[in-house]
Design a protein around this ligand. Sequence first.
Ligand code: EPZ
Length: 430
Amino acid sequence: MEKYVILGGARLEGEVDISGAKNSAVALIVASVMVKGVCKIENVPLVSDTYVLCDIINQLGGQAELSDKGVATIDCTNLDNFEASFETVGKIRASSYFMGALLGRFHHARVALPGGCDFGVRPIDLHLKGFSRLGASHSIENGVVDIQAENLAGASVYMDTVSVGATINIMLAGALSEGTTIIENAAKEPHIVDVANFLNSMGANIKGAGTDVIKIKGVESLHGGTYSVIPDQIEAGTFMVAAAITNGNVLIKNVIPKHLDSISAKLMEIGVTVEEYDDSVRVIGTDRVIRANVKTMPHPGFPTDMQPQMVTLLALGDGTSIVTENVWDNRFKYIDELTKMGANIRVDGRTAVIEGVEKLSGAPVSSTDLRAGAAMVLAGLAAQGVTEVYNLKYIDRGYEKFEEKLRSLGAQIARRSTDDTTPARKSKTA
Ligand code: EPZ
């Protein structure tokens, strides 16, 4: 097992390149099983989730290879297996996309129920409702969902709750259904648009992605092609907060500034400078950010995947801030860890009331999920003294070369084995 050892206090300065969007890449990799041809997906982040999904495709009988340059080459032309029910499938949330992809191609899918980060129930009722609207029936037993349809016929699907995963899954199944599928109250995240653009480049006919209504005209089959993943909005936001919380000055490159609007707006509201360029943003910190209220919402609202990072920044803010988590019902578990570092935060259901403190002090803390783990690192960068962050497996799922990128900006951070007791020292490798 490994941990991060971080010596706080360094102001981050310099430039950092953002990788491809993890939440887009995982959907595109799985969508490739629908394609009779070779898919080349570029700018794939090298994180454990993308490797695991390529392994699953190989276990399914397809061919998937992820190069160290971040190019996934996937050929499922001869795939004839709709059974993704083995153990690795249940380990990551993105496996849920095998339901829509295999159902779309084979009219049958058997998929191990998806796992994923632990912040409340991860239901799939909206996914299954969408499939049944297309004519599929399902049963769940022994942790495997079995979905099948004589025929998949396009239909209108109204999403009771805005759901990224369900929107993508219904788009996948609809792409190869007969007739037209209309998804209303669809999720509008940048990665929804990326999946639609990917499918269209492979021969699908999808319009309206990025709006509340997505129209999918089913086609016979999808052909191979090349596609490049959009930049990661949440990785970019994480580095924006890293610059802010260390009162640094960082140019964050390979981004789509439009995707960062809600994050940039909130940072500027609390006194951070954000300068937007064509494909980069510069973030300049301030001595102490001002209090603010934050409500997480589906895109284009403030992203829930930036909630832990923003709470950590406001924990050092001047005044009382209120953060409301409107997407997940239990995404404040990490606050107990922040409290160990001296944060003063009271959680009441979906609301966190943050009394800003002057400083945080280093401590051993654990990552409770992917974004909470990143937030612990941000806290360590700003804290006085040494912070050790455990459970790196979560961070490794979604951040490519995280410590290397932070170190290149001057952070004193090193990855060590958990039984390594070498004291952190003022040096490049903490
Ligand atoms: C995706 O999860 C992301 N994961 C999550 O990011 C992100 O937090 C979430 O979207 C919201 O943006 C991936 O893309 C792999 P949802 P997903 O379906 O699709 C409820 C990260 O940090 N819901 O949009 O699982 C659900 O309980 C991860 O990168 C149902 O009720 O999220 C939640 O309250 C963490 N029934 C809300 O909808 C369903 O069938 C939004 O969930 C599905 C969802």
